[in-house]
Write a protein that binds this ligand. Sequence first.
Ligand SMILES: [Zn+2]
Length: 441
Amino acid sequence: MSRSPATLAPEASPGTFRPHLVQTSAHTWVCVGEDVSNIGMIKGKDGIVIIDTGMFPECAARALAAFRSVAPAADYPIRAVIYTHGHGDHTGGSPIFCAESPRPEIWAKANFGAEASSFEHAGLMPLFRDRDAGQGGFLLPPEKRIGNGIAPARISAFGSAVYEDETCAVPPDHFFNTVSTLLSIAGLELWLLSTPGETADALSVWFPEEKVLFCGDVLCRSFPDIYPVRGAGNRDIPSWCSSLKLIAALNSEALIPGHTDPFLGMEQTHEVLCRYREAMEYVHDRTIAGMNEGKTPDQLVEEVRLPEHLARLEYLGEYRGNVAWTVRSIFNQYVGWFDGNPLHLYSDFTNVEEARRMIDLAGGQDALLKSARTALERNDAAWAARLADHLLAVDPDKADYLLLKADALEVLGENMRTATGRNFTLTAAQKLREKVLKRGK
Ligand SMILES: [Zn+2]
């Protein structure tokens, strides 16, 4: 499978896909690219503190070995593990760090795991697992898994089909539910700051003595993941921007994200935090302005783009988050599903009925199939997929239609820059091919 320039770009992003240890100040380090999330470490007088644990114990073990080269176990036991939020890629490696005796304190915000709980309470875990596997590319063969945009694709001892809730994270045993709290441990004074954004349970760790900030997934080297294709409740941009403003005011010398390489130097960290917030506010405000002009989500995704001075910044590339999906998400957050077109208040035309009439207009199924194949030959894959949908609406099991849609999705996925969308699209293509194979047996 050839890789397009679009998918090679995030793969080549410096530092993201290569395991390496970065010293970010006299007493702080971060292990990047070893696991799905970064694993941070602060060395105190008589112990170390770990910030996030990665997803897989075998990766966490390699990160710990790297930390031990600068903080030997005999002198620096692990005193605390801090989870920046509840996602499995930040917590699943915890058994490696919690195995020592005495067990370290495990810190998190009081609403730890809020996002996953909402799916669980609604009984939506089957859908969540399916879509999460799709966006993570868990079901794709290794040669097609080129990462998730901000981290390498890792395949654990469990195999590739790992879901967040199947990791064996050690649950937190110390919580805070205020705006901030001071944690004195291992001879260190650390501030835990509530910084909701990607998730409501997000916290940042501020080490004022060396002006180092571990910000979890509040920021990384990608346009923010405001709408994940697996689905999520509202990721509120105004709250997220407030968190960015709060941490920008700290004037940190090192900014360590939950994924991708750190930013070093006060000027750079301040610039990055301000530009990141500017990008989010721009998309939010332009969407709201367009909504007030009566525009639909379809119209808005054609219009709202990052301005040039933001779009060219490497850390705002759409590797993981996507501007168009964000626009739709903002629309939905404020006014829900109704796009303002009164036709959508009626259920007279189901997909099947509309497809029948489109096929009639085109001169029958064979004529439409021919048009779709021609579109694909001309590299108009999105149109080919759209036509294939009409054919599949009336004959969902026909191999020719299933394979046509699979071929079109394959082209779309290979050219999608946002890795989660790429993974989801290629997985959907694979499922269509599997359906044909099963039926052929
Ligand atoms: Zn993350």
